[in-house]
Design a binder for this molecule. Sequence first.
Ligand SMILES: [Zn+2]
Length: 103
Amino acid sequence: MAEAAAGVTWSYVSPARRSQLIERDGWRCHYCGVLTVGWEQSGRKEGTTVDHRTPTVRGGSNELSNLVIACRHCNQRKHSRPYLDFMFMVWAAQEEVRQMGGP
Ligand SMILES: [Zn+2]
């Protein structure tokens, strides 16, 4: 566990791994489904982030299977919640939009 050195967060995801994820997920936020392609280039503050399905503070790994692309909005909302807890939040919010006659 070399990454666990003092002062270095071991939830760090290398740029190479990030590119792999972007290729796999196609710039689409795993949670809300928004396409984040071009956001970084255009300087949108929302940005494209890499999120841990199971947060590292809860024992999640840095393996690709535990990583997803997330828009910054979802990433911040999820924070260190367990994956399913947050998915239920997302689903509940989507259901609310449907009931209000949204998209
Ligand atoms: Zn999102």
